[in-house]
Design a protein around this ligand. Structure first.
Ligand SMILES: N[C@@H](CCC(=O)N[C@@H](CS)C(=O)NCC(=O)O)C(=O)O
Length: 213
């Protein structure tokens, strides 16, 4: 049993980011599945740990942390090799900016509780919810496509995997899951293909998780 435990769910986009970083840095860890479909995130047990009631939540020895970007940056500071924030201050800020397009501007509008609110309280049908989902991904992907086309490759910021790629791959998974047409973003598709050849990304993908169903 490891003293590093990731509370996650196989289909959680935010937890997927943390899984990639753990594998990239070769950090041993155990998983505890929080079944979001059954509402386990709102259960007393999990909420005692994380009052925000969301995954991921990471325990690293004495340290307990929520929020995927905060966890990824914590892991990068404490276990710096290989870094996910390479380069000078300006480059690191650009990498964070690209990551935040997904993590702050796209994902919060498309997470489970938002979709349930649209369907439930606001009475929207499946087509309207899918259009909403695609719309917010499109706004983010259009901006990132420019970065992808300017990149020397194979990844968003050159030849090293960064926090931006770590946010991109899970969002591409979601876009495919919700049957989005990815033709308008050929640069992102190309980068995602390369990322999925990377061992850390393969190990972290949803279907490779024990709680996948
Ligand atoms: N900003 C948070 C978002 C966390 C989040 O929304 N997690 C989702 C799964 S991807 C969740 O736990 N949703 C449960 C719910 O909406 O009830 C992060 O990056 O960690």
């Amino acid at each position: 049993m490891s003293d590093r435990i990731l509370y996650d769910y196989w289909r959680s986009t935010a937890a997927y980011r943390v899984r990639i970083v753990l594998h990239l840095k070769g950090l041993e860890h155990d998983h505890k599945s929080v079944d979001l479909v059954k509402g386990a995130q709102s259960g007393v047990g999990f909420k005692m740990l994380n009052p925000h009631g969301r995954v991921p939540y990471l325990i690293d020895g004495e340290v307990g942390l929520n929020q995927s970007l905060a966890i990824c940056e914590y892991l990068d500071e404490v276990y710096p090799e290989p870094t996910i924030l390479p380069g000078d201050a300006a480059t690191r800020a650009r990498i964070r900016g690209a990551a935040q397009i997904i993590a702050c501007d796209v994902h919060p509008l498309n997470n489970l509780s938002v979709l349930n609110y649209l369907k439930g309280e606001l009475g929207q049908d499946e087509d309207a919810v899918r259009d909403w989902y695609h719309h917010w991904i499109d706004t983010g992907f259009r901006a990132l496509e420019e970065q992808a086309e300017a990149a020397a490759g194979p990844y968003l910021f050159g030849d090293r995997v960064t926090l931006a790629d770590i946010c991109l791959a899970p969002q591409m998974y979601n876009a495919r899951r919700f049957r989005m047409n990815l033709e308008p973003y050929p640069g992102l598709v190309e980068i995602d293909k390369k990322l999925l050849e990377h061992d850390a990304f393969r190990a972290a993908r949803p279907e490779a998780q024990e709680d996948a169903n």
